[in-house]
Design a protein around this ligand. Structure first.
Ligand SMILES: Cc1cc2nc3c(=O)[nH]c(=O)nc-3n(C[C@H](O)[C@H](O)[C@H](O)COP(=O)(O)O)c2cc1C
Length: 327
């Protein structure tokens, strides 16, 4: 059985499952595997550095002929780079974190679906104004960057669904298995976008040390902070903190962001640790669902496992109405 939704119909795919466009983690191998399995795989295009993105675009096309897509950071990418990526034939382009208006028409004119990830209701209204084909409602449970005023996925998704009317909504943040997908559908979403759940797949570009840290972590080991972006000297806008695993650098600097901004010596020490990819300092982006990630597995197996488990949950829920067959 497959779960058919407005989203799967829109894209012509089997499962309402999307792998997030995780910069530095989701390359062509992961996106291609998710798409091959019947979901929608998204390459993490990040700020759109073409030299890094092009091999991944070539790779995804060698892995699958099914629909795939790419995501960019609206605050960092430029219109020409998005136009360049469209020439590779993505079925969808996802934009997050910033103003989608400069890109929207170009993307839709190419025939690719315009997917806009939003972190609050103001962004959701702007996404509708921009003509989004699909909206991703990202709650504060999410791994990686999220909205400064973000609320939990459970509360945010139905609010966006109510606002979006006929536009399909995907839920994001804290969803890592079939139960989470079924819950997203119950909230009125037409599918789920999953990041952290795919970080420890064999196709992800995650390092062995990061995988080990992710497998050992629980939801309480994550926290939202600006601190590591300040330490990195990253240009991320202040209004988007990031959820990462806790680490020693955070323990030292928690609550002292302004001080860290001024402390060149401390930022120099961070750079030394970062040069060795020392996980006591560098961000390992992870959402509150990280405790559900307990083993490395192939992305095809993971998509199939999530889809079939969600199907079982929906089936079980339907049978709750039949008093003669309690479970
Ligand atoms: C490692 C990692 C990197 C991410 N990078 C990006 C990114 O480059 N662009 C983006 O739009 N979202 C990014 N995200 C956020 C995802 O799009 C998505 O909202 C999030 O993963 C959903 O929550 P979950 O991690 O709990 O599944 C990233 C998330 C993670 C975990």
């Amino acid at each position: 059985m497959t779960l058919r939704t407005a989203f799967t119909e829109h894209l012509g795919i089997a499962h309402p499952i999307v792998s997030a466009p995780m910069g530095g983690v989701a390359g062509g191998a992961l996106a291609g595997a998710v798409s091959e399995a019947g979901g929608l795989g998204l390459i993490g295009g990040g700020a759109g550095v073409r030299g890094g993105v092009e091999p991944e675009l070539r790779l995804v096309r060698s892995v699958t002929e099914k629909p795939w897509g790419i995501g960019f950071l609206s605050w960092a990418v430029d219109v020409d780079t998005v136009a360049w990526a469209l020439e590779f034939g993505p079925a969808a382009v996802l934009l997050s974190f910033g103003d989608p208006m400069p890109f929207a028409e170009r993307i839709r004119a190419s025939g690719a679906k315009l997917i806009l990830q939003v972190t609050d209701l103001d962004e959701a209204r702007r996404a509708l104004d921009a003509g989004a084909d699909i909206i991703v409602a990202q709650g504060g449970d999410a791994g990686g960057h999220s909205g400064g005023n973000a609320i939990g996925t459970m509360s945010f998704v139905p609010a966006v669904v109510d606002l979006a009317g006929a536009t399909p909504v995907l839920a994001a943040g804290g969803i890592a298995d079939g139960r989470g997908l079924a819950a997203a559908l119950a909230l009125g979403a037409a599918g789920a976008l999953i990041g952290t759940g795919f970080e420890a797949t064999s196709e992800a570009l995650t390092s062995a040390e990061e995988v080990e840290a992710l497998l050992a972590a629980e939801g309480r080991d994550t926290e939202r902070n600006r601190t590591l972006d300040i330490a990195r000297g990253s240009a991320w806008p202040d209004r988007y903190p990031a959820r990462t695993l806790r680490n020693e650098f955070l323990d030292k600097w928690r609550g002292r962001d302004d001080e860290l901004r001024e402390d060149t010596e401390a930022r120099g020490e961070y750079q030394d640790l970062a040069a060795r990819n020392d996980l006591s300092a560098v961000p390992v982006w992870a959402g509150q669902g990280v405790g559900l990630v307990t083993a490395v597995q192939g992305a095809v197996d993971l998509v199939e496992a999530i889809a079939s488990a969600a199907d079982r949950v929906v089936d079980r829920a339907a049978r709750m109405r039949d008093v003669s067959s309690p479970y």
